[in-house]
Design a protein around this ligand. Structure first.
Ligand code: GLV
Ligand code: GLV
Length: 323
């Protein structure tokens, strides 16, 4: 069996694979282009991909031996799922293990924006701190505010628990409403539409997958419905927000601020976001803790091993769909 791991990863995942199979590890960023992946994939039985690797229909069709793609990410919008299904190629991802780390990152962004931490720190580091100031960096507090969550999966729920801990009220919208027991335990109120969520939330945090329904869910029309001091947080996928509309809303002070860990065309950051007021920008580090990244690599490798060892689909640690 031949395995392609597109680039070096933390944790034991690669060792787990290379102790069993003929395993090739690409270089950092080597497979971020479709052409190269397409040209190389032909002789492999399994692919351990990263979210930056375009596993398109063309790539999948160039891989006659490929049996499974295991993505080193919970999001799998970089993979053409329809084509994989059609070709009988399984797709795995890394849910659960990164939930708390990602929710922490979203909350860290929220606190940074609400309390203007980036601006305040820049001020200090620029040598401008001249003592306590009654008007210095007045932010906004979270206590008593409404946290609106779009996408109430594992990460959305973990964000909801944090929001409750900070004394916030939780509203959410999800494709499917949660059962009453889960809603009660999270003390979360369902709202019928994204429009309502935009109108009512003081903080709108995005935790949905990227698909045709969620692409540009935050657009100029919805930004226009938001409260003038509302904060938008995105740790999901960049294209859930229309970046140029968000940049305009920030520049025009139509909303209060934004914290972004993901971008529409990574690694490019929309130039007008980079100089927008009260905007904290991170280089896609939502799941970036040592513990989480190690668990992700072990999980991604385990799904490949289970499948190649002939386990039935239900016994594979994480599959995106069952055949
Ligand atoms: C990171 O963005 C992931 O989907 O795991
Ligand atoms: C997936 O994104 C999740 O919320 O676990």
């Amino acid at each position: 069996m031949r395995i392609l791991v597109t680039e070096p990863l933390p944790g034991k995942g690669i060792d787990l694979l290379s102790s069993r199979y003929d395993t090739t590890v690409g270089e950092r960023g080597e497979f971020d282009g479709e052409e190269h992946l397409k040209n190389e994939i032909g002789s492999y039985d399994a692919l351990l991909s990263c979210l930056s690797n375009p596993v398109t229909a063309d790539v999948l069709r160039s891989a006659p031996q490929l049996r499974i793609v295991s993505n080193y990410a919970v999001g799998y919008n970089n993979i053409d799922i329809e084509t994989a299904r059609e070709l009988g190629i399984l797709v795995a991802n890394t849910p659960d293990v990164l939930t708390e780390a990602t929710a922490d990152c979203a909350f860290a962004l929220l606190l940074s924006v609400a309390r203007r931490l980036r601006e305040a720190e820049d001020h200090l580091r620029a040598g401008k701190f001249d003592g306590w100031h009654p008007f210095g960096f007045l932010g906004t507090e979270l206590h008593g505010k409404k946290a609106g969550i779009l996408g109430m999966g594992r990460i959305g729920r973990a964000f909801a628990r944090r929001a409750r801990g900070f004394g916030m009220t939780v509203l959410y919208h999800n494709r499917n409403r949660l059962d009453t027991k889960t809603e009660t335990s999270l003390q979360a109120q369902y709202v019928e539409s994204i429009d309502q969520l935009a109108e009512q939330s003081d903080v709108l945090s995005l935790h949905c997958p990227l698909n045709d329904e969620t692409r540009h869910a935050v657009n100029s029309e919805r930004l226009g419905r938001m409260k003038p001091d509302a904060i938008v947080i995105n740790t999901s996928r960049g294209p859930v927000i229309d970046e140029s509309a968000l940049a305009d809303a920030l520049h025009q002070k139509q909303i209060g601020g934004a914290g972004l860990d993901v971008f529409e065309e990574e690694p490019r950051v929309h130039p007008s976001l980079a100089d927008a007021p009260n905007c904290v920008l991170l280089p896609h580090i939502g799941s970036a803790t040592g513990q989480t990244r190690a668990r992700m690599s072990a999980l991604a490798a385990s799904s490949i091993i289970s499948h190649l060892e002939g386990k039935p689909d239900h016994a594979i640690p994480s599959l995106v769909f069952h055949r």
